[in-house]
Design a protein around this ligand. Structure first.
Ligand SMILES: Cc1cc2nc3c(=O)[nH]c(=O)nc-3n(C[C@H](O)[C@H](O)[C@H](O)COP(=O)(O)OP(=O)(O)OC[C@H]3O[C@@H](n4cnc5c(N)ncnc54)[C@H](O)[C@@H]3O)c2cc1C
Ligand SMILES: NC(=O)c1ccc[n+]([C@@H]2O[C@H](COP(=O)([O-])OP(=O)(O)OC[C@H]3O[C@@H](n4cnc5c(N)ncnc54)[C@H](O)[C@@H]3O)[C@@H](O)[C@H]2O)c1
Length: 458
């Protein structure tokens, strides 16, 4: 049996951060990884998907500025080669080297909890003196549509690693994966149909965000079927067909199922500690798993805020708590992932982009807050210089009791970098009257902040 202070299960971005934190403090730390150190994000999610999207966005941006010489199409082979660079050809040697350099021992294999502070990795037993941290991420969820399990289909792994453009791609699911990959492949030359069960995609965002993204997708030639509940899947000559509840049929050469993910708690031994495989490990804000004092979890496996940056934040809190032996701490202290509840930022990297932090107006009202919502077009000198015909929209949700922001959304080309100012305003609980004195530079798109505050009445 090998002894360590800390065993981290899962070497995605979240596990890497937890391990780095404990190793940096001198704790003997082992990171157990079943596939590739770097996890889903590095090889099949954030990095390759953004690498596939970026060239299409660059071309669209150039086309919006007269005088810039542009070609008429993207070269998919060059795009794939650049994407392959970001995934290091799906080789994790560089990540392993980083981990080793950070003082983390890497053990390859599938880990399973086998007892108190004990983990088995393909028959080899490891023990931890302090803590075991579960960072196993999530896996795709396939809905129970008759026939779907039997037809050939892509998961996000296939859709981020493919080396050929599918002639006609049907995308099932209007979440973030669905809209981003629909646009990436359409701009690479595929004939794309997006199947959305609700009235619009991106149901967890302000409604105007989903509407703007639909307009952007349609402008790219994507067929967006809304109110489209898939009830059957079958193979047809040269591809796959989805039958919809109202009788519509959509078909393509390829089908991407992008209907959400579930925590990776299968084959992990969690049932011995009272948890259900496939369900999230419930944690407190320090990342301590309910009722098991030596067990911690962070990232997608907790179901809290399934985003790379937020999982890494939770991992830093877990690492801090383990190093200091903290079992409780006030909100906003270093061992506590307080922001998960009210200040999670997210960017949807479509064109137009969606950048959102905090709560939508509906979520704030559901939480019982007395809010006022200001919603305006993004129409400032900076936006008109940025692109001819720039269109965008911004919304600010203000808690009227404290006069602080609780939610901000920007939609438009290249709005992602506006988001961190909003995150700071929410986390810092900056009153709008003080925000008024944060003067945006002229002529930047950030002047939309001034317009929002003016529309609020300042
Ligand atoms: C297509 C796509 C695009 C995305 N884009 C973004 C984005 O732009 N921005 C963003 O913030 N988020 C994005 N996400 C979400 C992001 O990928 C996840 O939130 C993030 O990867 C979670 O990190 P994690 O470390 O918790 O899990 P993962 O990255 O899933 O890593 C978990 C690791 O644990 C390993 N593992 C699992 N079980 C075991 C076991 N029993 N033993 C040993 N190892 C095990 C796995 O092999 C894996 O390497 C995207 C997701 C998808 C699907
Ligand atoms: N840029 C980013 O930050 C980014 C990019 C991609 C993914 N992610 C994250 O990865 C995770 C997974 O993303 P996702 O898009 O797979 O999940 P999701 O849960 O965001 O969206 C899944 C969508 O599929 C729909 N759906 C479910 N069952 C369906 C059915 N039977 N028919 C039609 N539609 C159905 C749901 O209504 C939902 O809108 C999310 O947490 C997401 O935030 C983030």
């Amino acid at each position: 049996m090998s002894d360590y202070d800390v065993i981290v299960i899962g070497g995605g971005p979240v596990g890497e951060n937890a391990a780095a934190r404990t190793a940096a403090a001198g704790l003997r730390t082992v990171l157990v990884e079943a596939e590739r150190v770097g996890g889903e994000c590095s090889y099949w999610a954030c990095m390759p998907s953004k690498a596939l999207l970026r060239p299409g966005h660059a071309l669209a941006a150039a086309r919006r500025v007269p005088g810039v010489p542009v070609g008429d199409r993207i070269d998919p082979v060059a795009v794939f080669a650049r994407r392959d660079g970001f995934t290091s050809g799906w080789d994790d040697a560089g990540q392993v080297e980083w981990a080793t350099g950070a003082g983390i021992e890497v053990v390859r294999g599938r880990a399973r909890l086998v007892g108190e502070r004990r983990v088995s990795v393909d028959g080899r037993e490891l023990a931890a003196t302090r803590a075991v941290v579960v960072c196993t991420g999530s896996v795709p969820r396939t809905p129970p549509v008759p026939g779907l399990a039997d037809v050939p289909s892509w998961t996000s792994r296939d859709a981020t690693s493919a080396h050929e453009v599918p002639p006609a791609l049907v995308v099932l699911g209007g979440g973030v994966v669905g809209v981003e990959l629909a646009q990436a492949w359409a701009r690479l030359g595929s004939d794309v149909t997006l199947v959305v069960s609700g009235d619009r995609p991106l149901p967890r965002f302000e409604p105007f965000a989903g509407d703007a993204v639909v307009a952007g997708l349609r402008a790219d030639g994507i067929t967006v079927e809304t109110g489209a509940r898939a009830v059957s899947a079958s193979t047809v000559d040269g591809g796959v067909a989805l039958g919809l509840a109202d009788g519509r049929v959509v078909s393509g050469s390829h089908l991407l199922v992008a209907t959400g993910r579930q925590p990776a708690t299968f084959d992990l031994g969690v049932e011995a500690f009272g948890f259900t495989p496939g369900q999230a490990l419930p944690v407190d804000d320090l990342g301590r798993v309910s009722g098991v004092d030596w067990l911690y979890a962070a990232g997608d496996v907790t179901g809290r805020a399934p985003l790379t940056h937020q999982g890494k934040y939770a991992a830093r809190a877990v690492g801090t708590a383990i190093v200091a032996g903290t079992t409780s701490a006030p909100p906003w202290s270093a061992a506590v992932a307080t922001a998960d509840h009210t200040a999670v930022p997210q960017v949807v990297f479509t064109d137009p982009e969606v950048a959102f932090v905090g709560r939508t107006a509906a979520q704030a009202r559901e939480a019982g807050l007395d809010v006022r919502v200001v919603e305006i077009d993004i129409a400032v000198a900076g936006s008109s210089l940025h692109a001819d015909g720039y269109t965008g929209r911004a919304a600010m949700v203000v808690d009227e009791r404290t006069r602080t922001l609780v939610g901000v959304t920007f939609v438009g080309p290249d709005v992602a970098e506006l988001l961190h100012a909003a995150t700071i305003a929410i986390v810092g609980e900056v009153p709008v009257d003080r925000l008024w004195h944060a003067v945006p530079a002229y002529p930047t798109i950030s002047e939309v902040w001034l317009r929002l505050l003016e529309a609020y009445g300042l």
